[in-house]
Design a binder for this molecule. Structure first.
Ligand code: HEM
Length: 402
């Protein structure tokens, strides 16, 4: 069993470690999988005992667990449906997952994303016109609105409802910082909104994803209203904050590397490498759960059936055995193996969309601003969610002159 004292590893859910987990991952990785308290008693209303989990931090263990969905299940989380409504797809196992994924693969296509590209470009320009130049907190003015507007557009939700969507999505994730009653009200509002949308699209179709979902059929099977609702909620939650954090993390990294900014302005072929290296170096999703369906063993440690597992994508992406000099941000890695979008059957459905948004955003910013630097106000990392890694506040100076 693990040689580390449990109390040591329990710092994983402390605000300081959430805000800057990488030094601690380095300390813990060699001892992984290690057993730790991932939710202290009382964090979630109604759960009186601390919840323990096994943290997987080595690349090989993380990749192996993600590929072995029979042993490391996504649909058996005892907390799912308790602290938030159970999500389709990401909290499903085969055969339900297989059926659902086939249906949505039909609708969430590269073609649909390509069609959306001119529109993403136009929204990016609009947001940057509003943002102006000089010192700006890029999170509220750009990194938050871009992904929400894109998802709203994809789903066919009127633009003016975007603040409401953002509020629902935040409330869904705020399980340690919002009263459970308030979250329940918000989740209910979101559910009835999407319910009404699905009914409306069944009556009168439109050129949007909800209509495509209503009409989708594979082998004579289609989605019912509850499934459509669950999927819309999932897109809103899975696609918003993640992309916001990719944009914020990428701009924070580039603000610290003025020479790289200059180089990128001259050579846009490096943009894709910047996006992938950002995903590896500061992964927007740090940790997600699994539950073991049978006794298994990883790195010589026995994990009994029914164990709660924390898959640390962020730690795996800094494993020196897989990524030499993992704490250096480098564009010459030829990355094809990071796990920022997961691996196996749950591989991120929205990865092409997230990449398209990041590429359009970065290219447009490079066109407009010869220089990018840190602002004078402090940057603040989020320090409450165990799942995501990103900035709450990121003041940057966008200079229109050289
Ligand atoms: C940088 C942005 C993003 C990151 C880092 C990210 C990361 C991830 C990861 C790690 C998973 C795998 C979850 C698991 O292993 O259980 C995942 C799944 C998923 N993502 Fe993303 N995601 C991003 C953007 C998006 C966007 C824009 C959308 C949709 C609009 C989206 C929709 C989904 C869905 C539906 C799944 C579930 C797939 C399944 O279970 O079959 N994601 N994402």
């Amino acid at each position: 069993m693990t040689t580390l004292p449990i109390a040591h590893a329990d710092r994983l859910s402390s605000p300081e470690v959430i805000a800057n987990p990488y030094p601690y991952y380095r300390e813990l990785r060699d001892h992984s999988p290690l057993n730790y308290i991932f939710l202290p008693a009382g964090t979630v209303a109604g759960i009186e005992e601390p919840i323990r989990a096994w943290a997987l931090m080595k690349y090989q263990d993380v990749y192996g667990a993600l590929r072995d969905h029979d042993t490391f299940a996504s649909g058996r989380n005892p907390l799912a449906g308790k602290i938030a409504p159970k999500l389709a797809l990401i909290q499903d196992d085969p055969p339900r997952h297989t059926r659902f994924r086939r249906l949505v693969n039909r609708t969430f296509t590269q073609k649909r994303i390509d069609e959306l590209t001119p529109w993403i470009q136009a929204v990016t320009m609009e947001l940057l016109d509003e943002m102006g130049s000089g010192e700006i907190d890029v999170i509220p003015s750009f990194a938050i609105p871009l992904p929400v507007k894109v998802i709203a557009r994809l789903l066919g939700i009127p633009g003016e409802d975007y603040f409401t969507l953002k509020r629902w999505s935040d409330a869904f994730l705020a399980f340690s910082s919002m009263a459970p009653e308030d979250r329940a009200v918000s989740n209910k509002e979101m559910a009835s909104y999407f319910g009404r949308m699905a009914v409306a699209r069944r009556k009168h179709g439109a050129e949007d994803l909800i209509t495509a979902l209503v009409e989708a059929e594979v082998d004579g099977e289609s989605l019912d209203d509850a499934e459509i609702l669950g999927f819309c909620m999932l897109l809103l939650i899975a696609g918003n904050e993640t992309t916001t954090n990719l944009l914020g993390n990428m701009l924070g990294i580039l603000a610290d590397r003025p020479e790289l900014w200059k180089q990128l302005r001259e050579d846009r072929s490096l943009v894709d490498a910047v996006i992938d290296e950002t995903l590896r170096f500061e992964s927007p999703i740090q940790r997600l759960p699994r539950n073991t369906t049978r006794d298994t063993e990883l790195s010589g440690i026995k994990l009994p059936a029914g164990s709660t597992i924390s898959v640390y994508y962020g730690a795996a992406n800094r494993d020196p055995l897989e990524f030499p000099h993992p704490d250096e941000f480098r564009l010459d890695r030829g990355l094809h193996n990071h796990v920022a979008f997961g691996a196996g059957i749950h591989y991120c459905l929205g990865a092409p969309l997230a990449r398209a948004e990041a590429s359009i955003a970065l290219n447009t910013l490079l066109d407009r601003f010869p220089r990018l630097e840190r602002g004078s106000a402090p940057a603040v990392r989020q320090s409450t969610s165990l799942v995501v890694f990103g900035y709450q506040q990121l003041p940057l100076i966008f200079s229109a002159a050289n």
